[in-house]
Ligand binder design. Structure first.
Ligand SMILES: CC(C)(COP(=O)(O)OP(=O)(O)OC[C@H]1O[C@@H](n2cnc3c(N)ncnc32)[C@H](O)[C@@H]1OP(=O)(O)O)[C@@H](O)C(=O)NCCC(=O)NCCS
Length: 182
C-alpha cells in the first residue's frame, strides 16, 4: 500500500501545519468551504481533531509525500465516520480511493468491535461519491435537502457504508432498496 496514515498531534507538533493545511485549501463541498485560522484554532481547542471521539491523521503517499488529511469521528459510537480532505494539488488523480482503503484497513484492523464504517457527502461531490463506489462502499441513504448550502437551496446528503464482512471478503453485499411495494 503506497498510503500511510500518520497520526498527527493537533495540540503541539502538528498544530501549525494543520492550521496551514486547513486555511490554505478550499473545500467546496463542505458546509464551510473556507476555514479561518480562528475557526481551526477553536476546533483544535474544542478537541475536534483529537479527543475521545476524534482522531486525525496526515495522509502520506510513498512517492508524493503528504497529500492530505483524514479525521475519524464518532469513535465512542459503534459506527465511526470520517472526514477526508486531499490537498488541492493532489486532487483529480484518483488518490482518494487508496486513502479510503487505508482508512477502512485502519478502522477494521485496529477496532475489533466495529462492524460498520460510514461516510456522507454532498450529492454534487461526484469525485467522493465515485470514490465510495470504486472502493465497494454501498449507498444506504439519500437525505433530500439534508445538506445546508450557504446562500442557496439545501442539497441532498448521500450516505455510504462498508461493513466488516465486505472488507474481509472484498465482495460488496448489496440489498434491495425498495424492498416493500405499495
Ligand atoms: C473528494 C476528494 C477526496 C476526491 O478525491 P480525488 O482523488 O481527488 O478524486 P478524483 O477527482 O480523482 O475522482 C475520483 C473519481 O471520480 C471521477 N470523477 C471526478 N469528477 C467527476 C465528474 N464531474 N463526473 C464524473 N466522474 C467524475 C474520476 O474520474 C474518478 O473516477 P475513477 O475512480 O473511475 O478514476 C478530493 O477531491 C477532496 O479532497 N476534495 C475536497 C474535500 C472533500 O470534498 N472531501 C470529501 C468529504 S467526505
Amino acid at each position: 500500500m503506497s498510503i500511510a496514515l500518520t497520526r498527527l498531534d493537533p495540540f503541539v507538533t502538528d498544530r501549525e501545519a494543520l492550521v496551514n493545511f486547513m486555511t490554505s485549501n478550499e473545500f467546496p463541498f463542505h458546509v464551510l468551504s473556507r476555514l479561518t485560522r480562528e475557526a481551526v484554532e477553536k476546533a483544535i481547542a474544542d478537541g475536534k481533531y483529537r479527543d475521545e471521539d476524534n482522531d486525525s491523521f496526515w495522509v502520506d503517499h510513498a512517492e508524493l509525500g503528504r497529500i492530505g488529511f483524514l479525521r475519524l469521528e464518532d469513535l465512542t459510537e459503534p459506527v465511526p465516520i470520517f472526514d477526508l480532505r486531499l490537498d488541492g494539488a493532489f486532487r483529480g488523480r484518483g488518490l482518494a480511493a487508496m486513502t479510503l482503503r487505508a482508512a477502512a484497513d485502519y478502522v477494521f484492523s485496529t477496532m475489533p468491535e466495529v462492524r460498520r464504517f460510514e461516510g456522507q457527502t454532498r450529492e454534487d461531490n461526484v469525485p467522493m461519491r465515485k470514490t465510495f463506489l470504486r472502493e465497494g462502499w454501498v449507498k444506504e441513504a439519500h437525505y433530500r435537502e439534508g445538506w445546508p448550502v450557504e446562500g442557496a437551496e439545501p442539497l441532498a446528503a448521500v450516505a455510504y457504508a462498508i461493513i466488516r464482512r465486505d472488507w474481509e471478503t472484498g465482495q460488496t453485499t448489496t440489498f434491495v432498496w425498495e424492498d416493500l411495494v405499495k
